[in-house]
Design a protein around this ligand. Structure first.
Ligand code: MG
Ligand code: ZN
Length: 356
């Protein structure tokens, strides 16, 4: 009898000590950030687009508070760092805390946990919003240092402008060579993204991309579609951040027409993400902004003729809360009012990652 009990105990101990094999999380998260996208920017585009946008398909909505560690009105660096790392930092900082120390980002957690990762932007890829997901620099203006941070990030695909920050550098180092050594295929064309490649660096411009209404075409929705297919093909779960970067720039210029064209372009990318999520149910799509730009107010217009008149109270950013839209598994977590840092924690929770 005693022997039987000890045998059972031994079996139990053996079983409980056995390592559970680590399987990569199967969840995909697509985080789409409209830089400067407040409620007025959204409603202006909705009105101009015959009364509807793709983002209306999202099942859950919330609001996030955007203030940074040192300013009531945030910049894109501090705001994206908050969403990427879960901590508030000072304006101008990229992936660091207020003491300039690096903080691990959601993209880096995804890499560590065996997922595939990507970034897409209509600005330079080294610009504050995308940079905050993998670079760690106390100054957002250090584009060449930010570019160097891409090398060992492990990111599987990135698409955006800013090739010059990799090639025409003060240190005269050509980072494209360094990328090739690390398995990246370099291309300048979003339509040339081959899912068979190991990794992709796609530079759509030497510096900034053109605006949506003057030459950029469908770069953003196409890049989003190809990045999703590339990451999906890897067979792991993935994390992808897609930025509609130039909504902010149009709002800084108080240019209603351009705000609308950038918004509609961004919404096409949202449509691509939602179509994928519809077919691949293990996909959480989150759409939000880093802050509002311009204090845009809709002062006139008409739903029948799809016209909008707007007035801006500033050429800078504002402190107002910005909306969050979500659909897919775990999207209910995004209802309510919370800090921008909560976006990171909600994503971590959805993946089942532990903070290290
Ligand atoms: Mg940005
Ligand atoms: Zn701005």
């Amino acid at each position: 009898m005693k022997r039987t009990i000890s045998a059972i105990l031994l079996i139990l101990i053996t079983f409980s000590c056995k390592q559970i094999p680590v399987t990569p999380a199967e969840l995909n998260i697509i985080l789409l950030i409209g830089d400067g996208m407040g409620i007025a920017q959204i409603y202006a585009a909705m009105t101009a687009n015959n009364g509807n946008l793709n983002l209306e398909k999202c099942t859950h909505t919330g609001l996030q508070k955007t203030y940074s560690a040192n300013r009531y009105i945030t910049d894109s660096g501090a705001a994206a760092t908050a969403m990427a790392t879960g901590i508030k930092t000072k304006n101008g900082m990229i992936g660091t805390d207020i003491y300039s120390q690096p903080v691990r980002t959601i993209l880096e957690y995804a890499e560590i946990n065996g997922l595939s990762t990507g970034l897409v932007a209509t600005s330079t890829i080294t610009h504050a919003t995308p940079a905050s997901f993998l670079a760690h620099q106390p100054d957002r203006g250090e584009y060449e240092k930010i570019a160097a941070d891409f090398l060992d990030s492990g990111i599987d695909i990135f698409i955006g402008g800013g090739k010059n920050h990799f090639t025409r550098r003060e240190d005269r180092v050509n980072l494209l060579d360094s990328l090739v050594i690390r398995g990246y295929h370099i291309t300048n064309n979003v339509s040339e993204i081959n899912i068979q490649e190991e990794k992709i660096a796609c530079f759509t411009a030497d510096l900034d991309n053109s605006p949506a209404d003057s030459g950029r075409g469908d770069m953003l929705p196409e890049a989003t579609k190809n990045a999703i297919h590339f990451l999906h093909h890897k067979g792991t779960g993935f994390f992808l951040m897609v930025e509609g970067s130039q909504i902010d720039w149009a709002a800084h210029d108080n240019d209603t027409k351009r705000v609308i064209s950038e918004m509609i372009d961004f919404d096409k990318a949202i449509g691509v993400a939602l179509d994928f999520a519809e077919k691949n149910k293990n996909t959480l799509v989150i759409i939000t902004a880093d802050h509002e730009t311009g204090g845009m107010g809709i002062t006139g217009g008409d739903v029948v003729s799809s016209t909008v008149e707007a007035y801006f109270v500033t050429d800078g950013h504002t402190a107002t809360m910005v909306p969050v839209f979500a659909c897919g598994p775990g999207s209910e977590k995004f209802s309510g009012i919370y800090e921008n840092t909560a976006i990171f924690h909600k994503m971590m929770e959805s993946y089942g990652f532990r903070i290290e």
